[in-house]
Design a protein around this ligand. Structure first.
Ligand code: 5GP
Length: 139
């Protein structure tokens, strides 16, 4: 399947759709997932038009990993959780629903199950304040 430049993350990258931004550099963008599987669910995407890991320029794969390494500890601190799930889905059969490659950063703690993938919309005011909380803790 060819990369669709009108997917929602491509629109966010172009500034044609809004996001609750956590972090940005020359090669990556990080923002809150609007249908979080846990409080603090954050995404990191490369500024490169690829559907999945196999289409991604390795330099951008490295940049995405580097940004995940930087943002995940801030998410962990912001939500005071013992664990962080880092996930990346390739293909609809693997559960991928947005076809611009991205990495999920999801806070985890014992006894709190993950919510369903890409379902309930979060409160936008809460997402804005969560993004602000994470931004303040990025080192
Ligand atoms: P995937 O299923 O492709 O691994 O993950 C796509 C993620 O994007 C899901 O967790 C879903 O909640 C999230 N998502 C879908 N549409 C939007 C959107 O318009 N904005 C943001 N910030 N996240 C979205």
């Amino acid at each position: 399947m060819a990369y669709d430049p009108n997917n929602i993350f491509a629109k966010i990258l172009r500034g044609d759709a809004p996001c609750f931004k956590v972090y940005e550099d020359d090669m990556t963008l990080s923002f809150m997932d609007v249908m979080p599987q846990a409080e603090g669910h954050t995404l990191v995407i490369p500024k490169f038009p690829a559907e999945n890991l196999f289409d991604l320029d390795p330099e951008y794969a490295g940049a995405m990993a580097k940004t995940v390494q930087r943002i995940a500890p801030a998410v962990k601190k912001a939500f005071n959780v013992p664990g962080i799930l880092v996930a990346q889905l390739n293909g609809a059969e693997a559960g991928q629903t947005v076809f611009h490659i991205h990495t999920h950063i999801i806070p985890r703690r014992n006894g709190i199950d993950l919510k369903l993938h890409a379902r309930g919309m979060a409160d936008f005011k809460e997402l804005e304040s969560q993004a602000e909380k994470i931004r303040a803790l990025i080192e």
